[in-house]
Design a protein around this ligand. Sequence first.
Ligand code: TYM
Length: 329
Amino acid sequence: MKTLFSGIQPSGIPTIGNYIGALKQFVYIQDEYDCYFCIVDQHAITVPQDKTALRNNIRSLAALYLASGLDPEKVTLFIQSEVPAHAQAGWMLTTIATIGELERMTQYKDKAKDRKDGIPAGLLTYPPLMAADILLYGTDIVPVGDDQKQHLELTRDLATRFNQRYNDILTLPEVRLPEVGGRVMSLQEPTKKMSKSDTNTKGFISLLDPPATVAKKIKSAVTDSDGIVKFDKDNKPGISNLLSIYSIISDITIAELEEKYEGKGYGDFKADLAEVMVNFITQFQEKYNYYMDSEELDHILDRGAEKAAYKANKMLKKMENAMGLGRKR
Ligand code: TYM
């Protein structure tokens, strides 16, 4: 069975962008692969975090993974900092990455420009840690949203470099992007990615927003003035974004939706989408609350860390041997 790995940062409450770009894809493929899903808390601290909020977000993210439909009997769900091999392998890969290639990462450039009080070094060295996450498991595929494509290319470059320089032991992973919804856009500025850290909270729908707030955010989403429900990313980014969201949440194709709303205005379209989203969020939050209130969640994470560490430590040893670290045993 092939291996799949993906991760989400507990740096806030995930949005429906994270759901559509990542979580939803995971559920479809959990039967076909040996799946590792990680709560990447060591990535989250590359920008300052409040420690109480971080702890809450970690547990909450675990419940969100499960509420999305992951079966804890099938997949391995764990917290990155509970498997020290990630930081250890991350360091090794940092030593073979160059400053130039790390500085070219668009996500680094975006995040670095917001840091008025100095750029944390971890923001720059983030991608080798992400590469370690993936490479430790001999991962074949990595399902992510479009914004992680560049990090995946770097992961492959680092693996190739390691294999050529030391020993051919790392598997080159393939990226898997969703067909629709790889980049869900802000509801307020539809040419910008929807982000959980947006200061304008009307721009995103959090998976834990109260249903009434979700409906309001949909109704106040920015569209255009021509009143035609049609997918056209360049000229109608707002409506196109809403169509993608509608299509994925309801499992109706965009073409079918365009047909359904032919001759109708944005008012009807938004009212229906609000209803679809409210139903989805209500059911989702019921499952989330169940896991948050149950001790099962901690047992799942304990088992996950144990299973992940077992596999990761084997690869870590191989990497250390290949590089000549420590003593031969
Ligand atoms: P993060 O936490 O920013 O996002 C988690 C996942 O959600 C996807 N995503 C989106 N998809 C569609 N539309 C959007 N607006 C949107 N925003 C986010 C992301 O592409 C991602 O799949 N570096 C990663 C976390 C990570 C990781 C890994 C991922 C660390 N190690 C190893 C895969 C494998 C990140 O910051 O994702």
